[in-house]
Unconditional design. Structure first.
Length: 255
């Protein structure tokens, strides 16, 4: 008997036919698997290598910031987050963002990253939040700057390669409306072999930015802003492989 008919019989009679009992026993397990499956669009072979829901203030210890004095833990209803509430007292080696908090202890090369971010500053053209990736040291990394207005120094993907940041994105939008204390879901897709970088905001099907660059491979992930304020929440990092690192502090020389 076809399974869709067996299911109809099972739920109309209250008792499943004998040949259906084994199939019905699998349903709870299938449901559990579905509920814990990776988000849509995660490539085959990728696994969850880092997750952070910021349940308490101890979660801040997972991060290495440019300036610990301007980062704190907080809660918005049932949502935990970390927040940078001022400009870091940090002197970069080459012109690049001031407010950075790196995930300590893990590096990835190819990855899909999900994170929720909120901008808490005043409105102006370069009002921003940033996501960092491929981080080698404080003078070698990528970052994406998501801002209200686009130009050669804002709302683009950049590389810092021992000289002031340089735009590498070949596609972007006119800018992003951060709103007032609104959470925005971000997704970053990175494939080192092809150089692909794609940035998604709120709409996970259509990227707002694209870039191509193969310079950096394995590196750290981080969050922050060029010199504004904002919040970071609900991080999910998927990768086919990850590497532990010593969690050393790369910002010591800049403090």
């Amino acid at each position: 008997m076809p399974e869709h008919i067996l299911l109809a019989v099972a739920f109309s009679s209250g008792q499943p036919p004998p040949e259906m009992k084994k199939s019905l026993l699998l349903i709870p397990f299938l449901t559990i698997f579905t509920l814990h499956a990776a988000p849509e669009g995660i490539p085959e072979g990728y696994k969850l290598v880092y997750k952070q829901d910021f349940l308490d203030a101890k979660s801040l210890k997972d991060f290495i910031p440019t300036d610990t004095r301007v980062w704190k833990w907080g809660k918005d209803g049932d949502r935990g987050y970390i927040e940078h509430f001022g400009r870091s007292k940090y002197k970069y080696k080459v012109r690049s963002p001031y407010n950075i908090a790196l995930i300590g202890g893990i590096e990835v090369k190819d990855f899909v990253l999900f994170v929720d971010m909120m901008q808490t500053g005043k409105e102006y053209g370069h009002r921003d939040m940033c996501i960092f990736y491929g981080f080698q040291d404080r003078s070698h990394f990528y970052y994406t700057h998501i801002a209200s207005v686009t130009d050669n120094h804002a709302h683009n993907c950049f590389i810092v390669n021992d000289k002031p940041r340089t735009k590498i994105s070949h596609e972007t939008t006119k800018g992003h409306k951060w709103g007032s204390k609104d959470w925005h879901q971000m997704k970053v897709v990175r494939e080192q072999a092809s150089g692909k970088i794609e940035i998604y905001v709120n709409d996970m099907a259509k990227p707002i930015m694209r870039a191509t660059d193969k310079t950096f491979g394995l590196g750290r992930i981080g969050f922050g802003s060029f010199d504004d304020t904002g919040r970071v929440s609900r991080i999910r990092l998927f990768s086919p492989d990850s590497k532990e690192n010593s969690g050393d502090d790369p910002f010591i020389e800049g403090r």
